[in-house]
Design a binder for this molecule. Structure first.
Ligand code: AMP
Length: 282
């Protein structure tokens, strides 16, 4: 079993010993738990590239807005520990709220502009919560490398910006999105979906394939592609609402004409669940 720490001080003491005595390199995978194959890919990459791998499991309250799914977000530390053991993880850090937000906390981290577009428009304050907690976790663990999934593409770009701006000495390693065999991106939130809703959720991936096919046929207009994707996705019965379909360059600047390497980003509601996904144009 991996060693489980709940307190920053104890985690630090342990990691300090490993780093100094064994001169070990440290890989870090921050998560909100309820681990799945997507997380597994991050852990495997971290294991390959480092001597010691630390996984954090923390459902961060400040990145959830009012009325969002903080309370119902799935949690199962026992199961997560078993997944970490199987993945060969050395250390699990599952801090309490008081450890992450010491009483009287007043400091936040805000990444200008990147926090306001796309997800930021629909989830005010979300990325301030993300930037703040990731900064704290990086300070607690002080890893050589930290692993983030492309599934949350805007989050990945924001973290890359943040460590540059704050001179945090860590290498951010992006990991490609892992999908179920039928194309649905793994997400802890997929447990919310009924079988019928899951079928409708698959429209996201199929819309990416549709867009890619249009691009392969020579279509370059973002508006035309987005229009077709929207029409296709909305033809699925359990899709309640599309928050956005956007086509951007790799740095999240909107594009009128699509090129290889651009990103198609989607956020939508299926039943009462909000799902996000993105696609790198081939
Ligand atoms: P979460 O627990 O949802 O906060 O995710 C923790 C990390 O796992 C983040 O860096 C996510 O981008 C990454 N992640 C989540 N789902 C996937 C997936 N399907 N494929 C790759 N990475 C993922």
């Amino acid at each position: 079993m991996p060693l489980l720490f709940r307190k920053v001080k104890e985690l630090r003491n342990h990691l300090h010993t490993l780093r100094c005595e064994r001169n070990a390199s440290l890989g870090f995978v921050p998560t909100m738990g309820y681990l799945h194959e997507g997380h597994r890919a991050l852990m495997e990459r971290a294991r390959l590239q480092n001597d010691i791998t630390v996984v954090s499991i923390y459902v961060n309250p400040t990145q959830f807005g009012e009325g969002e799914d903080y309370e119902r977000y799935p949690r199962d530390l026992e199961r997560d520990m078993a997944v970490c053991e199987e993945a060969g993880i050395d250390v699990v850090f599952a801090p309490t709220d008081k450890e992450v937000y010491p009483p009287g906390s007043r400091t936040e981290v805000y990444v200008r502009e990147l926090s306001e577009v796309l997800e930021g428009k629909f989830r005010p304050g979300h990325f301030k919560g993300v930037a703040t907690v990731v900064t704290k976790l990086l300070n607690a663990v002080q890893p050589d490398r930290a692993y983030f999934g492309e599934k949350d593409y805007q989050q990945l770009k924001l973290i890359q910006r943040l460590v540059k701006d704050l001179l945090i000495p860590v290498e951010i390693v992006p990991v490609e999105t892992v999908r179920e065999p039928d194309g649905l991106a793994y997400s802890s939130r997929n447990v919310y979906l009924s079988p019928e809703e899951r079928e409708s959720a698959l429209s996201i991936y199929r819309a990416f394939l549709l867009a890619q096919e249009m691009i392969n046929q020579g279509e370059r207009s973002s508006d035309t592609i987005k229009g077709e994707m929207e029409r296709f996705i909305l033809s699925h019965p359990h899709v309640k609402k599309i928050d956005y379909i956007e086509i951007t360059d790799p740095d999240l600047n909107p594009k009128g004409l699509v090129d290889r390497g651009d990103r198609i980003l989607v956020a939508l509601w299926v039943g009462s669940s909000r799902l996000i996904d993105n696609w790198k144009v081939l």
